[in-house]
Design a protein around this ligand. Structure first.
Ligand SMILES: Cc1cc2nc3c(=O)[nH]c(=O)nc-3n(C[C@H](O)[C@H](O)[C@H](O)COP(=O)(O)OP(=O)(O)OC[C@H]3O[C@@H](n4cnc5c(N)ncnc54)[C@H](O)[C@@H]3O)c2cc1C
Length: 337
């Protein structure tokens, strides 16, 4: 049984920063994540994309933000259980929580902070025969490292931000050939990105095919080509090394939804006027996973929620101790041995 002060479910940016704020109050943390690495959406979905709204960073790659957060929490030496989804929570008679993962690892603490983001991500897959056969052999639903596509031919499907942003990015000197296939003539993506795709298509850097869908995949072991069918029935074979159907990811709250917490629209309701507590005393929800009037699913908002939440956790763990807010400039960062 792993013992700690705060069990944090979700090692995304908000879960990671919680370790820092808790550490300043001398509270130990242990993080659990279903993914094999820390960083949440930043590491899994868009590690190479720049973020522009982290205070004091005019621009930072999402992956670098995660690296910095990991460095910042090093002095507090948090524990990690990675690659294991938390599936069960039980409360003991002495107000402790026991959180168990799918693999059976057990963790015990007086406080649980759920920082599960949008939950576990499942990509929306197109209904194409032999799709499974080519997964990771030319077909991918998430771009983790754009360098994988250097000097390669790429076909992207989709009309949302992800599809258009990656088409623009890969066409800018990375892939040798980029084709964007979309089933309509109108796009859901930001107008700015739509204009950029049209401009790049006019310049010949992106081959744009609208009113069309990829219907079949070709290849022996690895993908060699995709068959594109237009609405008027006209079909053509495009030779390619990669097909990226970027139709979005469906978040699933998963087992957390069955933990007796108040849920609204796939998110956990919290008391935002006080401390981001859920309806179950001792369990808090912070970051993208929670909801309250005026909620914004932004990293900096999650950082604020984590900071407020740990103050309340301190009071629960040490009801008789007084905690005086101290600036790091005055007190420094005194970690754990
Ligand atoms: C393409 C894209 C661009 C974005 N750009 C920006 C931006 O510019 N600025 C900005 O502020 N925000 C941006 N965001 C949003 C930002 O990424 C989120 O607000 C942020 O990641 C939320 O952090 P989090 O720690 O709350 O959750 P997440 O990052 O979602 O991390 C949650 C973690 O919890 C884990 N988890 C869930 N359920 C369980 C379970 N049962 N057991 C174990 N682990 C579990 C998940 O595996 C995940 O790793 C963007 C998002 C996307 C998709």
């Amino acid at each position: 049984m792993i013992q700690t002060d705060i069990i944090i479910i979700g090692a995304g940016p908000v879960g990671l920063f919680t370790v820092f704020e808790a550490g300043l109050l001398k509270l130990r943390c242990h993080l659990i994540d279903a993914l094999p690495q820390a960083g949440g959406q930043c590491a899994e979905i868009y590690p190479k994309k720049p973020i522009y709204d982290i205070p004091a960073y005019p621009e930072i790659l999402a992956g670098d933000l995660v690296d910095n957060l990991l460095k910042q929490i090093e002095p507090f030496n948090p524990g990690f259980t990675l690659g294991e989804p938390a599936v069960d929570i039980k409360e003991t008679d002495d107000n402790q929580f026991i959180v168990t993962t799918k693999q059976g690892t057990q963790h015990q603490a007086p406080v649980v902070a759920i920082a599960g983001g949008l939950g576990v991500f499942v990509p929306r897959k197109p209904p194409i025969p032999e799709l499974k056969k080519f997964e990771d052999k030319g077909v991918a639903y998430i771009i983790k490292d754009p360098e994988k596509y250097r000097d390669q031919r790429v076909v992207i499907s989709g009309g949302g931000d992800s599809a258009l942003d990656w088409a623009i990015y890969l066409a800018d000197g990375i892939a040798s050939e980029v084709t964007l296939v979309h089933r309509s003539e109108s796009f859901r993506a930001h107008p700015d990105s739509v204009q950029k795709v049209i401009d790049q298509s006019t310049l010949g850097n992106i081959k744009l095919i609208t009113n069309a869908e990829v219907k079949q995949l070709h290849g022996e072991k690895n993908l060699k080509g995709v068959e594109v069918c237009q609405k008027d029935g006209f079909g053509s074979l495009i030779e390619t090394d990669h097909w990226l159907p970027l139709f979005g990811l469906t978040p699933k709250l998963g087992p957390i939804a069955n933990w007796g917490l108040d849920i609204e629209k796939n998110a956990i309701k919290v008391n935002n006027a006080l401390d981001y507590a859920t309806n179950r005393e001792g369990i808090y929800a912070i970051g993208d996973v929670n909801t309250y009037p005026g909620k914004l699913k932004l990293i900096l908002c999650g950082f604020h929620e984590a900071t407020v939440m740990v103050q309340s956790a301190f009071k629960r763990i040490y009801p008789d101790k007084k905690n005086v807010l101290k600036y790091t400039t005055v007190n420094g960062v005194k970690g754990f041995e």
